[in-house]
Design a protein around this ligand. Sequence first.
Ligand SMILES: Cc1ncc(COP(=O)(O)O)c(C=O)c1O
Length: 414
Amino acid sequence: MSLLAKRSMIKEDKSNIITLGAIAKEKKKQDPTVINATIGMLYDESGKLFTFRSVDRALNELTPDQKYAYASTPGGVEFHEAIKHWIFREYYDEFEKNTFVGVMATPGGSGAISNTFGNYLNENDVVLLPSYMWGNYKQFAYENYAQYVIYELFDENGNFNLEDLYSKMEKVKQQQNRIVLVINDPCQNPTGYTMKDWEWEKLLDKINELSMDQTPIILLHDMAYIDYDYRGLESTRKNIRRYQKMNDSVLVVLAFSGSKTLALYGLRVGAQIAISRNKNNIEEFNRANKFSSRAKWSNTTNLGMNLVTKVLTDSVLRKEFEEELEFSRNTLIQRADMFLSKAKEVGLKTLPFECGFFITIPCENAEEVYKRLVEKKIHIIPMGNVLRVTIASITLKECEVLPKYIKECMEMKG
Ligand SMILES: Cc1ncc(COP(=O)(O)O)c(C=O)c1O
């Protein structure tokens, strides 16, 4: 007999990322020559966790109150302003003039996603998720009593599959008279795909078209990796700028991750940033998400929020941070270039990639190939019919040799 409530009986974290990551970590501890390409964190070229010196310096300057006192549930005005300035950059004033914006502190991007699912999906409503995805989305959906429908991420030319998404959006609109859509961009996890400007433009036009009759449309833009786009900070903000033109019944929720932008993975800090042309949408957002946050985690760490605020608002620290960010972005670009050029040499195919922490390889027998690679002391993540390689957690040298080993293991018989 189970003591669990009915809905909880089937709860099981099926994601193998944590489990296989832990195995790889243990193996690497015993033998430093092991290649651990499983972890969703950035490591430097000496194999140590990448940390920002500017963030460390800011940490040392925080007062005990700033570190340890209780925080307010939504986070303070300084944190909200720091986040808005970081996300909107030179378009901050435009957003202030043309839209209403709400910010809710959350424990990482995860909290932002969970809150958004919980407050914008009725029981058994579906959320639209991409065919290659960060698997946690499914768990957030179940935990918030929702279902999901998958849209194809790519068309036959390796572009974003707008057609499939449009048709799923139309269907969902008919079924439940609201659309909640997740877009993970740029540096999509797990593929590294990054939408082109014209793809964004068309998608937003479609959202406006479908919301002309006041259908509620919630676009959850999971921008966890926004600051690792190879095109740099200015370019990604140009896409965000487009949100000023959305209809009144559209709410855009950006899920910001302090884990990725500031490498504060374990500190659990992030935010939901809601944008709408309708004031009421933002008042409701603030009210309902404050309630949910209070009920789920009470408040986000004061230490995390004050640290983010300090780094992003102190002009000296911020300058240093942006330079370090550029360095980390370039590190990823070099690793990706190396991996892709070697993959090309050995004829190893990858899914469409632009930038980011991960590169994904289509592979029908991913589990088997995973086991063969482990025998060669290489750890990656098998995910259904693909293999996910974290280039963020391995060195340039390892990126050079990995494609050959993966190709060999894919071609092995039996
Ligand atoms: C696509 C994506 N979104 C969101 C997150 C959330 O990260 P966190 O909750 O640590 O901010 C992750 C973390 O790996 C991710 O890969």
